[in-house]
Write a protein that binds this ligand. Sequence first.
Ligand SMILES: N[C@@H](CCC(=O)N[C@@H](CS)C(=O)NCC(=O)O)C(=O)O
Length: 296
Amino acid sequence: MPDTQDYTPPKVWSWTKPNGGRFENINRPTAGATHEKELPVGRHPLQLYSLGTPNGVKVTIMLEELLARGHKGAEYDAWLIKIGDGDQFGSGFVAANPNSKIPALVDRSGPKPIRVFETGAILMYLAEKFGELLPTEPAARAECLSWLFWQMGSAPYLGGGFGHFYAYAPSKMEYPIDRFAMETKRQLDVLDRRLADNEYLAGRDYSIADIAVWPWYGALAKGLLYGAGEFLSVQDYKHVLRWTDQIAGRPAVNRGRMVNRTFGEPSSQLHERHDASDFETRTQDKIGEAAAAEGG
Ligand SMILES: N[C@@H](CCC(=O)N[C@@H](CS)C(=O)NCC(=O)O)C(=O)O
């Protein structure tokens, strides 16, 4: 492990050893596929390749919101991509997302499949395709897109910065933890001030901006990310907490959170979703019961 307190970078960086962080087995300095593997394709127009992380659930929440509004064209198959096992480096996944990160969406409803990657792009694509959750009036639309892209630019400081150094790095280092705790608290304050005067991020109406921000900052405000609730005094961000609870009460949000989820209560985990009835019949508790009954 490098001595992080006193490190003189060489003239040219090279990848000589794993860095010791929690994700060292999947981190590498190159892109592209490591192995041949086609992606499965189900019967619905939309094929999602994902995992129930904060980035993944943005898209499953969006799809469940669209289905709740009666858009049959938003029916989807959600396939599990195990990033810890390196599934994101298979050739089929890389063809859907050259950046090798979940989630990736393939829209097969038209004559040629359309791939979309990066959650900001996926949320916008779906909002425009179905005419939902993205205001059309210019001022409201600008506000919505501003908060949507705020999330894209901000969350890497929360996850890759604060979360990495507070929870995942091989040792606790004061400088990066201090720097990113300050930035994370500043971001929470940005949201808190906005939500003090507005019900939702874009203003009066729930939108793709809330769907993008909630999985990260809602979870953070509830003390569910990185075990850092007390450290960051998250209870102080009262308006963020009000908004978090309001969104958590939406049935589509609760369904979306379950899809491709591989942790938590077995009844909250729907590893793959291929039909609306799967929420009732295919969660891990039910699959476990069925397997036990079959076994005897
Ligand atoms: N900016 C991307 C972030 C996606 C992302 O970071 N995905 C993570 C999981 S939450 C991932 O797939 N990591 C696997 C890897 O880095 O190899 C987005 O919004 O879609």
